[in-house]
Design a protein around this ligand. Structure first.
Ligand code: FES
Ligand code: FES
Length: 155
């Protein structure tokens, strides 16, 4: 059957069963490969996207729960020519090693900055505590998020 959902501002119709995880639809049907499959069990955060502005783990979110919802993925934040301040800050701070966790980190950080534009370092660490990075890039990631908050605050 076909399921309709709104991703990055566009309504998309995909042939999928209602219990299909959003992550599979994003990657396999819509060719949006920012969100990653890490654990598939809501344990690592690599698949995090925004649903109605909230950070959600797309690996355990069935698409039939998304009727009328606005989904935003990493691809919806900015472009190579005009990156979002978070994307710019992650590049400026070189806040990645393998990069596998970074989409989920940025989307979780986006949700944080939307509800708390001036987070402390502690706020950032708490918000990101459940996002795993096996490369140990956490300190650079925290610096990048604080840098992005400063940049957004100046504009
Ligand atoms: S792949 Fe979704 S939380 Fe790990
Ligand atoms: S940069 Fe490799 S898992 Fe985070």
């Amino acid at each position: 059957m076909a399921v309709s959902l709104t991703v990055n501002g566009a309504t998309r119709s995909v042939p999928a069963e209602p219990d299909t995880p959003l992550l599979y639809v994003l990657r396999n049907d819509l060719e949006l490969n920012g969100a990653k499959f890490g654990c598939g069990l809501a344990q690592c955060g690599a698949c995090t996207v925004l649903v109605n502005g909230q950070a959600m783990r797309s690996c355990v979110t069935p698409i039939d729960a998304l009727a009328g919802a606005e989904v935003v993925t990493l691809e919806g934040l900015g472009t190579a020519e005009k990156p979002h301040p978070l994307q710019h800050a992650f590049i400026a701070e070189q806040a990645a090693q393998c990069g596998y966790c970074i989409s989920g980190m940025i989307m979780t950080a986006k949700a944080l900055l939307d509800r708390n534009p001036r987070p402390s370092e502690r706020d950032v660490r708490e918000a990101l505590a459940a996002n795993l990075c096996r490369c140990g890039t956490h300190n650079r990631i925290v610096r990048a998020i604080l840098r992005a908050a400063n940049e957004i605050g100046r504009t």
